[in-house]
Structure formats: C-alpha cells, structure tokens
Design a protein around this ligand. Structure first.
Ligand code: ZN
Length: 181
C-alpha cells in the first residue's frame, strides 16, 4: 500500500467532473489498490473521509472512517465505509451548523449548514449495492465527501464567510462555542 499525495485547493482536479465506475471497473486490481491506498492515506493524515479527486483521481470513490479522530475529537465512531458512485437520495429538511475542515484545505475550519440526516445509495468495494441511512456526524461526513465527487468543497457551502478560520484561531476563539456531541 502507498500513502498518496493530497491535492490542495486551487488544483483543478478538485473541481473536475468525476466518472462513475462499472462493477467490472471496481474489481480491477488498479481500483482495488486505489481503494487500499485511499484508506491508508486517510488514516495517515487522520482524516475522517477521503474522496478520489483529493488524490488526483477524478472517479466516484470515497472512503470514510472515524475512530477517535485527532482532527475531530468528541465525534461518533464510523466503521470503515467504502462507497462507489454514491448518490444522496434523500436529505432531511432539518439542518444544523457544524465546523468542518478538509485535508485539501489544510489548516482551515468553517461553519457549514448540513442536513442532519441523509440516505445514500452506492456500491461497496465488491460492486454490491448498498443503502445507508445516516444521522449526525456520519451524515455530515457523507455530504462533505459526496460534494467532493461533484467538484464542491466545504468552503463553497459556508453561510457566513466570517466564520472561516485558521485552525489555531478556531481553537482559540471558536471552539468554546462548539457543542460537544
Ligand atoms: Zn474534504
């Protein structure tokens, strides 16, 4: 397995259209290795999710996992989830503001409104159809990662750009306002 280089904001790959994968594509050694490398890269940089455009592959693949993340303490655990061609088929009308960061926008945090629940249809790494109902932190991570597959990053969704902060200043001035889950 290899740790991959993460594209940073400004790299056009983050804004590019992504291609979907057939179940035959998914089973190729190339894509299986790509998935393993994405998982290793996400763990190395202590992310809770990684989308393929972030590692310079404009394809509809995302990996998600959270287990005592250093970048996101006090959040729920999410088991390793690999999603191919994920589509959000339902959003709750109820939304909540939460602080987000991104491995492609290093050192920044911003307050983003997201639906508190979503339903996602996708394929797993074996090409099997899966349907996920998620709430809370998992729902937020799904929306963040699936946005990447559509060329959208979290700063596009910040309601009030005055909340955009360097991580150090977020910790200094904003973190006290963050509700612990
Ligand atoms: Zn991101």
């Amino acid at each position: 397995m290899s740790i991959l280089k993460i594209a940073q904001l400004g790299n056009p790959v983050l804004r590019q259209e992504t291609s979907s994968l057939s179940s035959k594509d998914i089973m190729t050694p190339y894509v299986q290795k790509l998935i393993d490398d994405m998982v290793e890269t996400m763990r190395e940089y202590e992310g809770v999710g990684l989308a393929a455009p972030q590692i310079h592959e404009p394809r509809q693949i995302t990996v998600i996992e959270s287990a005592g993340s250093v970048r996101y303490p006090n959040t729920m655990n999410i088991p390793l989830t690999v999603l191919i061609n994920p589509v959000i088929t339902w959003y709750s009308e109820e939304k909540a503001d939460g602080w987000e960061g991104c491995l492609s926008i290093e050192d920044f945090r911003g307050l983003v409104p997201r639906s508190t629940s979503v339903r996602v249809s996708a394929m797993d790494r074996k090409g099997k159809s899966v349907s996920i109902n998620a709430t809370g932190f998992f729902a937020v991570v799904l929306q963040h990662e699936i946005d990447h597959l559509n060329g959208t990053v979290f700063i596009d969704r910040i309601k009030d750009l005055k909340t955009l902060s360097f991580f150090s200043e977020y910790e200094r001035y904003w973190v006290k306002d963050v509700k612990e889950k």
